[in-house]
Design a protein around this ligand. Sequence first.
Ligand code: NI
Length: 169
Amino acid sequence: MAILDIVTYPEEILLKPTKPIEKFDERLKKLAQDMIETMNAAPGVGLAANQVNVGLQIGVISLAEDRKTNSENKEYLTFANPKIIEGTNEVMSREGCLSLPNFCEEVPRFEKITVEFLDTNNKIQRMKLQGLPAIAFQHELDHLNGITLLNRISKLKVRLYKKELMKKG
Ligand code: NI
């Protein structure tokens, strides 16, 4: 296992969608292991492949219930080609990002999601996630689509701004 370098904004690989994978071969399984080690060393609760300069749809998240228990956590989820099938209950989530040093903002997320992805045994899995793992999954899925918190925040600000204008209107 190895700790990989994390790329930071505005590196171009963070700003464009990654490509789906055909299957987890030995090389990609090792990449996923290295991503888990890199995430833990940071420390963080999730990491997307383009954050370590690989333009493929692979992500890892911690399955710890909250940030407090994350340091003792030994359970992780590795996923490729992820999709959200269903999301319920929008909440505001205060998030940082390993690729955006010293940035922390609230963004809207689903509290509960049903997801589909390719697992490391090359099987399509469907799974329900909630709480921190659900938030982390959505954050990493954004990365894999070339979206960072900055995209989320600017949209929100635009929306709030329009609302404010309408009130004044
Ligand atoms: Ni991030």
